[in-house]
Design a protein around this ligand. Structure first.
Ligand code: PBG
Length: 339
């Protein structure tokens, strides 16, 4: 209630300063801790990983310091560290050796993500393996669906997205995350999972995914830049907020279990509006370009990395995200442990 309108406080004459002093609760660390509204936990985090063919490969991504493409054996090692830090979930992206027009590697039973998932689940049964469901890393044109001329053909792409999701779940994926932004993709995947006996597997939908310049470093990491054109005919216009609510409502109606906003930092208002519009868990993807900016500034000594990362991720959670997908996950989990 507005203090000025509050009859009890009116009667006490406590309309504002000097009786009211915000600084009383900021005086000491125990006081600040007691009234802190937003607290980050390792359990909030998902760590994205890039898997590549070969043995003993660790190829650093130059635009994402600390992030590397890993072969499956090195991935297994890395996931040991991640699990040990209390991070409950990873998100897998595959980089196949071969690409073709129809993205065969995306839904191949022995594709890179499928093999990595099997190996991981055999060793870390409690780890949540989330898989990105999209064709762009597997098509030679780099678009997220099938081409018809130079158009991405929505309906013709849906069955392949569903096949991709099924092949991931058959390999042991705990959650599938369609990021392709085809209309109807969540519903088609939900039905396919249900018809194949996977009715208990959740879908984390990239519901409000914007056509963003902040994906630049990711496209180096995953070798998935479109060979012509851009993704604006399927990803959202950064200018639109209401449209995000419409996309979210459609994904919820189609059976999404978790809805995502991506990127995060330039879209905190969208996270807050989505949080207010649904009662499902909301995820936010703190994407590659957001990570790269912080890393570059920190490397130059322009910003204090620990402080900035904590502030950014706290802001994303405060805006309404329950789950944060971030390349800073390992660092944050370590800092939280240090206290
Ligand atoms: C596409 C996909 C992208 C990201 C996740 N899934 C890139 C794109 O749409 O071009 C970006 C993630 C990031 O930038 O960290 N399947």
């Amino acid at each position: 209630m507005n203090r000025l309108m509050d009859p009890i406080n009116e009667a006490r004459g406590r309309a504002g300063f000097p009786e009211v002093r915000g600084r009383r609760l900021r005086r000491t660390e125990p006081m600040r801790t007691m009234v802190r509204e937003t607290i980050l936990r390792p359990a909030d985090l998902v760590y994205p990983l890039f898997i590549t063919e070969g043995d003993n490969v660790r190829r650093e991504v130059s635009s994402m310091p600390g992030v590397a493409q890993l072969s499956i054996d090195r991935l297994i090692e890395e996931v040991g560290t991640i699990a040990e830090l209390g991070i409950p979930a990873i998100l897998l992206f595959g980089i196949p050796d071969e690409k073709d027009a129809v993205g065969t590697g995306a839904y191949a039973p022995d594709g890179i993500v499928q093999r990595a998932t099997r190996e991981l689940k055999a060793r870390y049964s409690d780890l949540l393996v989330i898989t990105d469901v999209c064709l762009c890393e597997y098509t030679n044109h780099g678009h997220c669906g099938l081409l018809h001329g130079t158009d991405v053909d929505n309906d013709a792409s849906l069955d392949l997205q569903a096949q991709t999701a099924i092949s991931h779940v058959e390999a042991g994926a705990d959650i599938v995350a369609p990021s392709n932004m085809m209309d109807g993709t969540v519903g088609v995947i939900r039905r396919a999972l249900d018809n194949n006996g996977y009715e208990t597997t959740p879908i984390m939908a990239y519901s409000a995914k914007y056509a963003s310049g902040f994906y630049g470093p990711f496209r180096d990491a995953a070798a998935s830049a479109p060979s012509f054109g851009d993704r604006r005919s399927y990803q959202m216009d950064p200018a639109n907020g209401r449209e995000a609510l419409r996309e979210v409502a459609l994904d919820v109606a189609e059976g999404a279990d978790i809805v995502m906003v991506k990127p995060a930092l330039a879209y905190l208002d969208v996270i807050a509006r989505v949080r207010a519009s649904v009662d499902l868990p909301v995820a936010a993807y703190n994407v590659s370009g957001e990570y790269a900016m912080v890393k570059a500034a920190a490397a130059n000594g322009w910003l204090d990395e620990r402080r900035i990362v904590t502030e950014i991720l706290t802001g994303i959670k405060r805006a309404g995200a329950d789950i944060i997908l971030t390349y800073h996950a390992k660092d944050l989990a370590r800092w939280l442990r240090e206290g």
